[in-house]
Design a protein around this ligand. Structure first.
Ligand code: V47
Length: 374
């Protein structure tokens, strides 16, 4: 008997959709043109079913979360990304620069807690150098020796490593000695140079982002990948971006998860564009899940998407909803996200997952399951 997905009306009436559906059922790799076709033509019901199929092969019924907090050492930044609501000029009442002592005090709040990860990311401070980034990591680990430090986007890394006149490999090795454990996915935006020239003209290129992540993977440092969508890019740009990430993963196997980040429009120069709707968010999660056949996890970042929307995204290929956060990040609240003080208890995270009819599982930062909440 034919799988039920093949009986969906859209599949019955569109031979290209039928072929793509058949490929996904058989576990065959999609071409970029297939992904573009899914973006253009597939309805939400089909995308949801295909994304669920792919996700279930990778992750069964588990939906993962972790216990984490962020440190955002500064929002001063040498770059001027037009989508950013976070960057402020020195002297602006909304700007901040943390001292190492302030960073130490934040870490001290988590002594004797069950937190397993700190995510450290911020603006690119004009004066900081590689050793200062190292000292930030060292300060946190002096208080929380067992914590996993996921720190510094490829943009921060590119800037400080080039400033130190080291190669990426040497710079990353130095940070690893200071205690860097993995690299978050920020700064990828959309790799296409023309789009990048319009939305973040002065920062590191897509090529540089990929080169840093390649160097990290080769140095044994795993990382995440992101895509900023829902602004001036089109589906072809998204598929080019996903293809570059899929190709690098074929080469290194160093990406733990992929995180689509929805452009949020408040308080930034691109705000006039508005935001895409929820259907587009779910369609995008699904196509990413279906196309990225070599990245095991797909994350919906709840401070960006909102809590209820994150719960719904579980039906579109998402198996990871990030963590407890503890009201320690401002990137999305400053860009207009619903959660102005993002924090979730483990009880709330597990309830959200159970109510989506999935099995909650706490993970560590490298995606080992620590505890299943049956
Ligand atoms: O690179 C900035 C995005 C990213 C806006 O690796 C915006 O686990 C939407 O990468 N609207 C930084 N997006 C955050 C990031 C991230 C977040 C959560 C988890 C992980 C991980 C990584 O945030 C930036 C940019 O793409 N961003 N401003 C905005 N107005």
């Amino acid at each position: 008997m034919e799988p039920l997905i093949l009986n969906l009306p859209s599949v019955q009436t569109d031979s290209m959709l039928k072929q793509i559906t058949q490929k996904v059922i058989e576990g065959l790799r999609l071409l970029p043109a297939d992904a573009e076709y899914l973006y253009e033509k597939a309805d939400l019901a089909l995308l949801g079913q295909l994304a669920n199929l792919v996700n279930h092969r990778f992750n069964g019924n588990y939906v993962l979360f972790n216990r984490n907090f962020h440190i955002e050492p500064t929002n001063l930044c040498v770059f001027n990304c037009r989508f950013c609501s976070y960057h402020k000029a020195a002297g602006d009442p909304e700007s901040w620069v943390m001292t190492l002592d302030e960073i130490k005090k934040i870490a001290e709040k988590y002594v004797n807690s069950n937190v397993t990860e700190v995510h450290i990311v911020g603006g690119v401070h004009p004066k900081w150098d590689l050793d200062y980034y190292g000292k930030i990591i060292q300060t946190v680990k002096s208080i929380l020796p067992a914590i996993h430090v996921k720190a510094f986007s490829a943009i921060e890394l590119d800037f400080v490593i080039r400033k130190s006149k080291l190669s990426y490999a040497e710079g990353l090795a130095r940070l690893k000695e200071y205690g860097l454990d993995s690299v978050p996915g920020g700064g990828a935006e959309i790799f296409n140079p023309e789009i990048r020239a319009k939305i973040c003209p002065d920062k590191a290129s897509g090529e540089a982002w990929l080169t840093i992540h390649r160097a990290a993977h080769k140095a044994g440092i795993q990382s995440n990948a992101t895509m900023l969508y829902g602004h001036i890019e089109n589906y072809r740009h998204r598929v080019e971006h996903l293809s570059a990430i899929r190709a690098l993963q074929d080469e290194t196997h160093g990406f733990n998860c992929f995180i689509p980040l929805k452009f949020r429009a408040a308080n930034n120069p691109m705000g006039y564009l508005g935001e895409v709707n929820l259907v587009e968010d779910f369609r995008n999660f699904a196509v990413c899940r279906i196309f990225l056949d070599n990245i095991k996890h797909l994350k919906a970042y709840w401070p960006m998407l909102g809590i209820q929307n994150t719960q719904l995204a579980i039906n579109f290929g998402v198996d990871d909803i990030d963590g407890t956060i503890d009201d320690t990040t401002k990137i999305y609240s400053m860009a207009g996200a619903e959660e102005q003080k993002p924090t979730m208890t483990v009880g709330r995270l597990t309830e959200l997952i159970r109510n989506a009819n999935r099995v909650p599982a706490e993970r560590d930062s490298l995606y080992n399951i620590i505890k299943v909440y049956e």
